[in-house]
Structures are given as C-alpha cells and as structure tokens.
Design a binder for this molecule. Structure first.
Ligand code: SF4
Length: 458
C-alpha cells in the first residue's frame, strides 16, 4: 500500500473530515503513516477561523517544501477552510502544492489525488454544490470508531456572525437525512461505540434545510436515543437562538442525554452581541439557561468567549466577566479577537489595542481557572461514572475517560478488568484543571450514584 500523512488544524468538524479522507483513501490503497518522510501523499486539513491557525499552516508547509523538492512524486494537498477561503492565492504563494480543496470536496479526495497523478498539473477545487444532498458515503464509516464517536448531522451555517468565516468557508446549512444518521449510528454501535456525539456548526438548526421530510433537532435526539446500544448522547455546537424549549424537555426526558451543554455566549454585553450579530440579548441567554437549569439542575455548562472585539469598552468586557461568574461555566474556549478576511467585522476598525486584548484574555483565563477549580472541589470524595476511553498518560494512573458532565477522568486500578468502552465508577480524590483523579470505587460504593434523570428513555 502507499502511505498518506495527514495533519489537521481547527475544530472537531475538521477532525471528522480528516478521518473520512483517511477511510476513503484507504479504499484507494493508502494507509496512514505518522512519518512525513515515508509518505507518498501529504494532506494538511486547514483552519482559517483565527490568524494563528493560518500562520501555523504556512510554517508547516515551509517544512514540507524540501520533501517535495527531494521527491517530485510526492503529492502535497491542502484541504479545508483555508483552501476554500484563499484558493488560487495559495498556489501562487506555495507553487509546490499539487492541489487546494475546500471542505465541501472531502468525499472527492481520491478523485483529486488521481487527477494529480493523471495530469501532473496543480489545481484548485473549491465551491459548493447547492443542489447536492448532504450524505456521507458508506465506505467512509469507521470500522473501529472507539468508545466515543462523532456523527456529522449538519454542515455549514446560516447565522453569519460578523466575526466568523464559517458561512463562507463551509457554506450554507445542509442536514443529513435522519435515516442515514440512524444507519450510521447503528453501524458505530455495532463496531464498539458507546457514546454518540452529534456534530455540526449549529446542531440546533438541524432539519431546516436539505431534508426531504424535515424533522427538528429534538426529534432527532429522541430518534437516536431509541437505538439500542447508545449509552451516552451528546451534541455540539449550539446557538442560543435555535435552542428550543423542546430541546430543553429532551434533556429531561432522555436518560442517556448527558448533563452537559456547550452554549457559546461570545460576550456578556448587549452592544457587543449586536455588533457580533448574535441576534439575542444577554438577558435572553440567561433566561434560556435558567429554564434549562430548572429542568436539569446538575447540568454543567461550557462556552466560547471572544475578548477585544471592535468597540469593546472596559465596561463591556466587565459584562463578559459577570456572565461567566453568574453562569459558572465549567470550562471555556477563550480567544482574543483577530480580524478575518471576508467577514463583516473585518471592515470595522480593530479598535482594541493588542496589549489590552492580551490583558483581557489573561483575566478571562484566570477567572475560568477559578470557576473550574471551585466546581472541581464539589466532586472530591464523590463517586462519578466514567466512560473509559483508553490508557491514561498521567503518571500513576491506568485509564482515562470522561464523566457525563464532560470532565476528564484519570483512574487508578482496574488493569486486569477494565477495557476501553467500559463504564466504571471512580471515587474522586483530587482535581487537576478540568480532570478528576482517583481510584476505582469499591463495588459497594458504586451503587451510591443517584439516577441522573427521573424519566426513562422514551
Ligand atoms: S453560529 Fe456564528 S460563530 Fe457559529 S459557525 Fe455560525 S457564523 Fe460562525
């Protein structure tokens, strides 16, 4: 077999796309290598959501150039959001590239490689097929998905937040047919998956476009929950505006839907939310969480935050710290704003000085660390249920996994009895960052965990 080296930048959608390309290429005679030097084909799946990710990509390609110079048969491809965004410009900047492809062409990866071999010419393949249904070929379904498996349910985004490139790089929303999704999930469970994570830029918008018989997101949740063998169900990412009361009720009704939600807030200030075109107020966001917490009191919440967006005053930034404290997020993805080409915010003066952005970012990180530590303390000496993902790299611990609230876990003991995919009970002895650490609970203690929800699977 030939060998392919794959590298990925960016979000979980990109990771899923890379996995799919690996499987499609496997059927074309390529197996994955971890060594660039051994590869016949190198693919870099790129991200353009932040400037830093772009810089890292260019520096990586700088290192790949000598390999191509030494071996002209080596095929170099750049895929993903940067490819969609910059297309032809990338070939001009890096003429040693063989092809540039956008995220909508992932399933055509084998075709792209054949085209380079057949013609010897470099090309750009981007754009969106608006008519084509969103479907994933069966040959791209993994045969050993691991205990936790991602399932793409929707691609693209119609929200057009002013700071974000996604609607331009991944196109407009398209959902996959529920029957195809149920089939994929049955396949994943048959091959060992225990936890299903429904994936999309805005999963709550599922079903609005691209389905023959549209169903809303919460109906999909009930449908997935009925599939035998799914032990845990998660989804990411959500937009507050599309998060419905029915979805809140699904949290109450579906016992395998975990008590965790990632709900990006971006800013705690209404003027900023408006400038970002988030189309909701901070009061509406707060009300939504209030309603959710009244149904699922032990729900753990995480978020995304941007500091230093154009026009963000000290007072507006304080509002962000305030909402973080009020909600008590268990974790956050926090970023200093950087203008992105092609987005509406790119037209605004980048008014917050870099030093101020850095300072604000440090403040949010420090606050989040305090919030995480406070919540972590509440787990100490408690028993928690952990889905085992594999061996732990933390010295002194045998296994790693996650609890339903999405805290990482490192477990001592069980070397003879535990395997990946098992759900075990651990007793939390200490907490480091967002990880719970401790030994397996004694069997008698394991029975102490109260039922998470009151209503059984529908
Ligand atoms: S909801 Fe906004 S931030 Fe999220 S992907 Fe869509 S445009 Fe980007």
């Amino acid at each position: 077999m030939k060998q392919v080296y794959l590298d990925t930048f960016g979000c979980q959608m990109n990771v899923a796309d890379t996995d799919r390309m690996e499987l499609i290429l496997f059927h074309s005679g390529y197996r994955r290598t971890q060594e660039k030097e051994d590869a016949d084909l190198i693919l870099v799946n790129t991200c353009s959501i932040r400037e830093k990710a772009e810089q890292k990509t260019f520096s990586l390609f700088g290192g790949l150039k000598p390999l191509k110079m030494a071996n002209p048969d080596l095929i170099l491809g750049l895929t993903g959001c940067l490819g969609q965004q910059d297309g032809e410009k990338l070939l001009q900047r890096m003429p040693y590239l063989d092809f540039v492809m956008g995220p909508d062409q992932v399933d055509g990866i084998a075709e792209a490689v054949d085209r380079v071999r057949d013609t010897g010419k470099s090309f750009v393949w981007t754009g969106f097929d608006k008519e084509k249904a969103y479907t994933i070929p069966e040959l791209a379904l993994p045969k050993s998905p691991g205990p936790s498996a991602f399932v793409n349910i929707i691609k693209g985004c119609d929200k057009f937040c002013t700071f974000c490139v996604v609607p331009f790089t991944r196109g407009r929303e398209k959902s996959r047919e529920p029957e195809e999704l149920y089939g994929e999930i049955r396949h994943l469970v048959d091959h060992g998956a225990k936890e299903i994570i429904l994936l999309g830029q805005n999963v709550n918008s599922y079903g609005k476009r691209g389905l023959k018989n549209p169903i809303p997101f919460h109906e999909l949740l009930y449908g997935v929950a009925k599939i035998p063998g799914v032990e845990r169900l998660r989804f990411t990412t959500s937009h507050p505006n599309d998060f419905t009361r029915e979805t809140i009720r699904a949290y109450r009704d579906i016992d395998i839907l975990v008590n965790h939600l990632h709900l990006p807030v971006q800013s705690g200030n209404n003027e900023m939310l408006q400038a970002m075109r988030r189309d909701h107020t901070i009061e509406e966001y707060r009300d939504l969480l209030f309603e959710l917490k009244s149904e699922v009191p032990d729900i753990s919440l995480s978020t995304d935050i941007i500091v230093g967006f154009p026009g963000e005053s000290d007072a507006a930034f304080d509002d962000t710290l305030k909402i973080m404290q009020e909600v008590g997020y268990s974790s956050s993805f926090m970023f200093a704003y950087s203008p992105r080409p092609g987005t509406p915010a790119n037209e605004l003066p980048d008014s917050v000085p870099l030093e101020t952005k850095k300072h604000r970012l440090q403040e949010t990180i420090a606050l989040q660390s305090r919030l995480t530590a406070e919540q972590g303390k509440a787990f100490i000496r408690k028993n928690v249920e952990v889905l085992i993902e594999g061996r732990s790299s933390k010295p002194g611990y045998a296994f790693k996994g996650r609890n339903p609230q999405y805290w990482g876990a490192n477990i001592q003991g069980g070397e003879e009895t535990i395997k990946a995919g098992d759900t075990v009970t651990m007793q939390v002895e200490n907490v480091s960052g967002h990880s719970l650490n401790g030994p397996l609970a004694r069997e008698a203690d394991s029975k102490d965990i109260p039922p998470r929800k009151t209503v059984a699977r529908q």
